[in-house]
Design a binder for this molecule. Structure first.
Ligand SMILES: Cc1cc2nc3c(=O)[nH]c(=O)nc-3n(C[C@H](O)[C@H](O)[C@H](O)COP(=O)(O)O)c2cc1C
Length: 213
């Protein structure tokens, strides 16, 4: 893809306030969007995340009032809730190690050193540190999703304007080790969404980018 097309897609993207409720994302596009989440990088590759595609319209109706009544929750074609792992225990590390062995055809014993390192650096780290670290990983995936959508000319709104504890209750996450951290609504902008006409506000290059020479 040419640089100009990427630039255009990034400028075309904006945080949609009003979606067209009649336009739906195709299965093919949805699949590419989910792949962008899956293929996002995470620290150590451990993927302390999960992505809930909320397909049930009644559940989305329930999520709306705990999302500041933002219309995107019910009007967008799709809603994805990004979850992070609240704590990372040895069982989670083992699950990851097993997956590495399976995908790469490596004997489990050859991964012992890596597993030990993960246990020392992640499992034994202070819980609060891991929680924050885990949340950060979810935001990387969110960035991948937003950019992929823009390249596909699919509109999005990244959203933190909701009550995570209410989401966890409605989505029945309590006790699962997973917690909601952010949500992205996806679909197609409404012709009447005036936000699409606003100029993007970004600091100047000078303020944002410095070169260490
Ligand atoms: C993490 C995050 C959370 C956000 N939460 C909301 C939200 O709850 N509702 C909303 O309408 N916009 C939300 N936004 C959109 C921002 O307000 C918007 O991205 C920002 O003003 C820049 O504008 P632009 O995305 O249109 O370029 C959020 C953006 C991010 C990155």
């Amino acid at each position: 893809m040419a640089n100009k097309q990427i630039q255009e897609a990034l400028e075309w993207r904006y945080a949609v306030k009003k979606f067209d409720p009649n336009k739906k994302i195709s299965d093919k596009d949805l699949n590419t969007l989910l792949e962008s989440l899956k293929l996002a990088p995470s620290s150590y590759g451990i993927q302390p995340w999960k992505f809930l595609v909320v397909e049930n319209p009644q559940v989305r109706e329930e999520l709306k009032p705990v999302s500041w009544n933002q219309s995107q929750i019910t009007d967008a074609s799709h809603q994805i809730v990004l979850l992070y792992r609240d704590t990372i225990d040895e069982a989670f590390v083992q699950k990851y190690i097993n997956r590495v062995a399976e995908v790469r055809g490596a004997p489990l014993e050859s991964l012992n050193g890596y597993k030990e390192m993960l246990i020392n650096n992640v499992v034994k780290a202070p819980e609060e540190k891991i929680r924050t670290w885990s949340q950060r990983q979810a935001y990387i995936a969110m960035g991948f999703l937003l950019e992929t959508a823009a390249l596909l000319k699919i509109d999005t709104t990244p959203m933190e304007g909701f009550s995570p504890s209410d989401y966890d209750r409605i989505l029945k996450l309590e006790g699962s080790g997973w917690k909601s951290i952010a949500t992205v609504t996806l679909g197609y902008r409404h012709a009447e969404d005036s936000f699409q006409n606003l100029k993007k506000v970004r600091f100047s290059d000078d303020a944002l980018i410095e070169y260490v020479k």
